[in-house]
Design a protein around this ligand. Sequence first.
Ligand code: SAM
Length: 275
Amino acid sequence: MSKIELYHGDCIELMQSLKPKSIDLIFADPPYNLSGNGFLTTQNGKVAKLHKGDWDIIEDIHLFNENWISQCIRVLADTGTLWISGTLHNHPSVGVILKKLGLWIINDVIWFKPNATPLLSTNRLAPSTELIWVASKSKKYYFDYTMAKIINDGKQMKNMWVINAEKHKTIHPTEKPEKLLERILLIASKEGDAILDPFMGSGTTGVVAKRLNRNFIGYEISKEYFDIANVRIGIVQPIKELITAIEKEQNRNDKQYALVMEKKGKYKSPKKKVS
Ligand SMILES: C[S@@+](CC[C@H](N)C(=O)[O-])C[C@H]1O[C@@H](n2cnc3c(N)ncnc32)[C@H](O)[C@@H]1O
């Protein structure tokens, strides 16, 4: 049975209580700092200012990134890997800090979303990708090449991943697809490993970690999102047969989750558009 620990609070403070080198895999989906810049998007078919939440407005994004990444490096095992997702709004900063702090950059995974939201402006290309930095402290890190091949129908996996944005299961504006996290956890960790998500949001990493029999520690600064993640992770059942069972189990959990959240008035109607 996996051990699940969820904490409400600031990850930079909370990570200080973790033992050095105690974590096997970190997936971090930090604030991208794209809100508050006057960018436009669509909401319920209407033009609206892009605002993910106040948590997405960071005064000194470089200092913020350096502070939390430093803590991640302290708690990451020598064989562990750190995965950080972002868009052009924060990935240059993250890349510079990874180099500055002496990390070994293994890959830049390009997550391509074929169903990305169309762009309203006519002065640029429509954004349809996110970049995920993959880094480690040493060159001897855990990486399951065989598993990557199995997931990719027997072929060597490349660093461009074509995964549709999924319908959100919660009201969180930047919920990641479970399929994306499944791929990362299957390739970069084993059953029983310790997984950390410092910015857990709606709890996607925790859902997948529990389902795949990994231990999980998650931090979230917003009480509302923390409660959502707590419920969502709480109802997940671990699975025994990997990969083939994933989709079946996911559907079952989605229905259970929808019922609980509907009662709490927090379930996002499937009719709404994916951001
Ligand atoms: C990009 S979202 C993560 C979404 C998540 N991957 C998911 O699938 O739902 C970032 C989250 O980090 C939280 N956050 C921002 N600053 C934080 C901090 N200092 N400590 C912990 N959580 C923080 C925000 O409230 C937000 O929910």
